[in-house]
Design a protein around this ligand. Structure first.
Ligand code: AMP
Length: 481
């Protein structure tokens, strides 16, 4: 077992950590974690499995990933968001300080450990805190405002695993700094909505306002009074929330707490005129854009840094689908969400700078796309091959690779199989792939520099010069301008 030399923890790094955390009561020290799970010798032949809550994205998911990635890039380009790449590891305090005590992410879900130099670090559980850190660190308030950034990649939360909930998952994230204007909020919601629209997923937008921190504080004491009076009906987690972060009571997904929430006071009744006006203006923009939104009075999001508008995207299936890998049915099935955080940059030591943004969950969106495909009978995201390239003999195999190099830049999707040499077997594969055309290359064609093009529906075959192949296929597959 690897032993780590214990070094004294540097006081400098601990400066902004609250005492409870410094004492290691909430977050286990690495020494403890290591002794709890020593590395044991594995019996020969015993294979390794994924860690609980971790998952592999397999080639069958790739068409979805590609589609989602393409949509994000195109939207970023159109709406002029600059790409930023952030480290997976940050100082743990960056998250504990911004996301808020009492939030599930900070209390239960962060992957935290002390690095070899004594710094308490965390695998990022979300993007916004890191983006704000980068905004300040690179002095981006000196850039023309707004500063619009986007990124995508893996995040880590030690969540209770279930369908659509993993311990490592991926998000696409868009943020705008420097301008507080309902038009910016509406622009962000449009970008999020368009991402789903680009991949053919119908979504509903839910919106609410959290007002200013002072308004929220007044609301929270009202909320607390109400929930205390219903204590006996609450789940265990909610009883604990009464003493910690009461706003999270509204986030509870337990069915037993749902009726209690139904009667809870609503935030919109407690925010001031200014906050209400701002919110209404944003809704007017959404009306103008004809975006499908609903007011969601109990939407508070799971993190503490939001002010004013918050929003989430939900899959809106055409009809209830039957079977298949299911999405969690409760409010957890939000596909993404975000909001405004006008105080966060200042809170982290930067110049006062308004900000707003949102994150979209990749895995959960893929699940919804699969559901959508089941419900509509239309596979989404897959781009099946349109050509099959069959070879006969070693020379043909070599030449096939050369011709494939010519077909690739022309954008053809070509399947082939070098593991099967008999033409009969290769044609069987072509049949199962339902390609309209098969290219056949034998010894004679290699010598004559030709290819046989077989129409799979009619069975008709033509011999074409290899130099003319690309143009001929473009015509046949309707690719001509
Ligand atoms: P959040 O910032 O927690 O609202 O997350 C935004 C989106 O990321 C959610 O709507 C989900 O689609 C996705 N997401 C959050 N946590 C997980 C998780 N543990 N596993 C998979 N996706 C997640």
């Amino acid at each position: 077992m690897m032993t780590i030399k214990k070094k004294p923890v540097k006081a400098k790094k601990e400066k902004i950590l609250p005492k409870r955390e410094r004492d290691g009561k909430e977050i286990p020290k690495p020494e403890a974690a290591e002794t709890a799970a020593p590395e044991v010798a594995r019996p020969k032949g015993k294979t390794y499995s994924r860690l609980r809550g971790m998952h592999d994205l397999l080639p069958k998911d790739e068409p979805y990933l590609k589609q989602l990635d393409r949509a994000a890039r195109e939207l970023a380009e159109f709406f002029q968001f600059g790409r930023i790449e952030l480290p997976l590891l940050e100082e743990a305090a960056l998250f504990t300080r911004t996301l808020g005590r009492g939030t599930d992410v900070v209390e239960k879900e962060m992957y935290v450990f002390v690095d070899r130099d004594g710094t308490r670090v965390a695998l990022r559980p979300e993007f916004t805190a890191g983006l704000v850190r980068a905004f300040i660190e690179h002095g981006m308030w000196n850039n023309p405002q707004p500063v619009k950034l986007w990124c995508q990649g893996p995040l880590f939360r030690h969540d209770r695993p279930q369908a659509g909930r993993y311990r490592q998952f991926h998000q696409v994230d868009f943020e705008t700094f420097g301008v507080r204007d309902p038009a910016v909020d509406a622009e962000l919601i449009t970008v999020g909505y368009s991402w789903f629209a680009a991949v053919g997923l119908p979504v509903e937008i839910r919106v609410n306002t959290l007002g200013t921190p002072a308004e929220r504080e007044r609301y929270v004491s009202e909320l607390l009074g109400y929930y205390r009076s219903k204590r006996s009906y609450l789940c265990e987690d909610c009883r604990a929330r009464l003493g910690k972060n009461p706003l999270r009571l509204l986030d509870c997904k337990e069915p037993q707490c749902a009726p209690v929430r139904e009667g809870a006071p609503q935030l919109l009744d407690w925010v001031g005129e200014g906050s209400k006006r701002y919110f209404m203006k944003t809704l007017e923009f959404l009306d103008e854009l004809a975006l499908p939104y609903t007011l969601s009075p109990y939407l508070v999001r799971g993190l503490d840094y939001y002010t004013d508008i918050v929003f989430e995207f939900y899959y809106a299936p055409p009809a209830a689908p039957a079977g298949g890998e299911s999405l969690p049915e409760t409010a957890q099935s939000a596909l993404g969400g975000g909001g405004r955080y006008d105080l966060l940059v200042e809170e982290l030591g930067g110049r006062p700078t308004p900000g707003a943004g949102f994150a979209l969950g990749v895995e959960r969106t893929i699940l919804a796309l699969k559901r959508q495909a089941e419900a509509t009978g239309q596979p989404s995201g897959s781009h099946p091959p349109e050509l099959f390239f069959a070879h006969l003999g070693e020379d043909a195999k070599r030449r096939t690779l050369k011709i494939l190099q010519d077909l690739r830049p022309a954008g053809f999707r070509v399947a082939f199989n070098f593991g099967k040499n008999a033409l009969k077997h290769q044609l069987e594969i072509a049949n199962s792939l339902k390609v309209p055309l098969v290219l056949i290359l034998g010894q004679k064609e290699v010598q004559d520099e030709t290819v046989i093009v077989r129409d799979m529906e009619s069975g008709m075959q033509e011999i074409v010069g290899q130099a003319k192949l690309v143009n001929m296929l473009k015509k046949k597959l309707g690719r001509e301008q």
